[in-house]
Design a protein around this ligand. Structure first.
Ligand SMILES: Nc1ncnc2c1ncn2[C@@H]1O[C@H](COP(=O)(O)OP(=O)(O)OP(=O)(O)O)[C@@H](O)[C@H]1O
Ligand SMILES: CC(=O)C(=O)O
Ligand SMILES: [K+]
Ligand SMILES: [Mg+2]
Length: 564
């Protein structure tokens, strides 16, 4: 139980050599609040409590001073399990991984965000998963964020009456029906969730399950039932997505008018707000309006909420309004599963590349999702092509990669996560060797004095860090915004972000290269630094002689320091 942190010895002054320092008159000039990853929205920053002269703390946590040793809890902080992995890993939690031990194993192996998909399971099931993640964070010092993904109102099949899958053989006749849920159906029948389905399809249409996993041809319509012949056999999974095609073109009839957020989605969103999830992923986003609408709903419902909204790009409509959607959201997911069912498969890689680049320019984190290691649902090693796909996403410097079925219901969730991690680490090393950062030009994203100052400071800090081959960038940030501006540069060294808010720490966990720590700090940088050094040294993350660039959003300064 005894504190481990040898702080007393560092209470004397150590060399902190200010390298670049912006005029003090800028201190406190910025008022950046949410969205932290995006443009500042000029809402006033939270008022800080002043407990004693010169010491600002934002809540009841203790401020760091050289005299205050780290507690066990602080030493356990997830940041202190830091590795220098730059690409973040998201795992979908499902029946295979919902146990506390399984969740802990994923967290220990590098899961930064746990995703729950509201397409599947009950609120009770999801609540239990969320509680397990929260408990893990509290008891073991992880900072795993929770992302809740909405179902969306696209067309999908029912749940196959509880079966985990059903085999559709070549030539088999199947019935897709819009009869009410609950009424018993004959063999080889599936519910369809969209009432207009039986009217909208035509004989001869092709019915595509999960972007082509199984294909049917519509042969006859009888009232609520649509009779189909299987033309590409395969496995039907519960709630699989359905699209229908006529003469090679995706049919968007009345289903194109379905709202992005269904009445069920709103209930799920209320659930997510109550449970305090960190991210809500919005499926099948069509335009920026739905994101703005959801944000104002959340703000009205709970003004203290810090839920970030992730726009899932998985429809043709979302591609038409891509830039506006990205700007309206706090982050983006390239949801390649459904996207590949709506646009020709061969277009998915270039669309992914475009979205990843655009997100970086607009300063939004981006997750590349679906089928990264699909074969590992069944097999313990990936295909060479899957490894190449993961490497490509890491090479594009996406913020995060996501496992779906591999971690939710596959046979090898832990192995899949280990592969994701090893492949990313290898590619990151390669990128560093070839100095990719030299070639990327980033446009300015803020057009206000205060925003410009933060941006220029972060641009300078990232450049200095690369040029001087710094070991770390430290950023003391209340809003998280400066951490995102640094991450956007994809510098060669890790970014250690210190923030007083646990919720901000979890959200920063999605950002490329950022290792977030939850620490209170003061506006006395010398104090902050000596406390931080003690803590990081105690965990072997830092040693004397290491070289760090230090940025703070309170002092608007850049310092170059050598760890004493
Ligand atoms: N909570 C859950 N309960 C049961 N099965 C789940 C759950 N979450 C995921 N799965 C299983 O894992 C598979 C993959 O999960 P994932 O959520 O990524 O897929 P998806 O339904 O294709 O995604 P999306 O609906 O967002 O496009 C699902 O098809 C389902 O079989
Ligand atoms: C993740 C998801 O929703 C998709 O790939 O379709
Ligand atoms: K979903
Ligand atoms: Mg999807």
């Amino acid at each position: 139980m005894s504190p481990v942190c040898p702080t007393a010895s560092s209470s004397t002054l150590f060399p902190v050599s200010p390298f670049l320092s912006f005029p003090r008159t800028f201190t406190g000039a910025t008022s950046i609040s949410k969205p932290f990853f995006g443009l500042p929205n000029h809402a006033p920053a939270k008022k800080l409590l002043s407990t004693r002269p010169g010491v600002l703390i934002s809540d009841n946590r203790r401020a760091w001073t050289p005299e205050t040793p780290a507690t066990e809890k602080e030493l356990k902080d997830e940041g202190l399990r830091a590795t220098t992995a730059m690409t973040k890993l998201v795992c979908t939690i499902g029946p295979e991984t919902c146990g506390p031990d399984r969740i802990e194993a994923l967290a220990a192996a590098g899961m930064k965000v746990a995703r729950v998909n509201m397409c599947h399971g009950t609120h009770a099931w999801h609540r239990a998963v969320i509680e397990r993640v929260r408990r893990l964070n509290e008891e073991k010092g992880f900072a795993v964020a929770i992302m809740m993904d909405t179902e969306g109102s696209e067309i999908h099949m029912g749940d196959l009456g509880g079966a985990s899958s059903a085999k559709a053989e070549d030539g088999d006749m199947w019935t897709f029906t819009v009869r009410p849920l609950g009424c018993s159906l004959p063999e080889r029948s599936v519910h369809v969730n969209y009432d207009g389905f039986a009217e909208d399809v035509k004989e001869g249409d092709e019915l595509v399950v999960d972007g082509g996993m199984v294909r049917f041809e519509v042969t006859e319509k009888i009232g609520p039932d649509v009779l189909c012949r299987c033309i590409d056999p395969g496995l039907l999974l519960p709630r699989a997505n359905l699209t229908f095609w006529r003469n090679g073109t995706l049919v968007q009839e009345r289903n194109a008018m379905l709202p992005t957020l269904s009445s069920k989605d709103w209930l799920d969103i209320d659930f997510g707000i109550e449970e305090g999830v960190d991210f809500i992923g919005v499926s099948f986003v069509k335009s920026a309006e739905v994101i703005n609408h959801l944000k104002s709903y959340i703000a009205a419902k709970c003004c203290e909420s810090e839920i970030a909204i992730i726009a899932k790009i998985e429809s043709i409509d979302s591609l038409k309004n891509l830039e506006d959607i990205i700007k309206a959201s706090d982050g983006v997911m390239v949801a390649r599963g459904d996207l590949g069912a709506q646009i020709p498969l061969e277009q998915v890689p270039s669309v992914q590349k475009r979205i990843v680049e655009l997100c970086r320019q607009l300063n939004r984190p981006v997750i590349v999702a679906s089928q990264l290691l699909e074969s590992m649902i069944e097999y313990p090693i990936p295909t060479r092509a899957e490894v190449a796909d993961v490497s490509e996403a890491v090479g594009q410097q996406a913020d995060a990669l996501m496992l779906s079925g591999e971690s939710a219901m596959g046979n090898y969730p832990d192995k899949a996560l280990a592969v994701l991690r090893n492949v990313s680490l290898r590619m990151e090393r390669h990128l560093k060797e070839v100095k990719r950062h030299d070639t990327v030009k980033l446009p300015a994203i803020t057009f206000s004095l205060t925003g410009d100052i933060s941006e220029e400071i972060c641009n300078a800090a990232a450049n200095i860090a690369n040029k001087l081959e710094a070991d770390y960038i430290f950023v003391y940030t209340k809003s998280g915004h400066m951490a995102s501006l640094l991450s956007r540069h994809r510098p060669d060294c890790p970014i250690f972000a210190f923030t007083p808010s646990a919720s901000m720490q979890r959200q920063l966990n999605l950002l490329w290269g950022v290792t977030p720590f939850c620490l209170s700090f003061t506006d006395d940088m010398e104090n902050n630094l000596s406390g931080t050094f003690s803590l990081l040294k105690a965990r072997g993350l830092l040693k004397s002689g290491d070289f760090a660039i230090v940025v703070s959003d309170m002092l608007q300064s850049v310092q170059v320091i050598t760890v004493p």
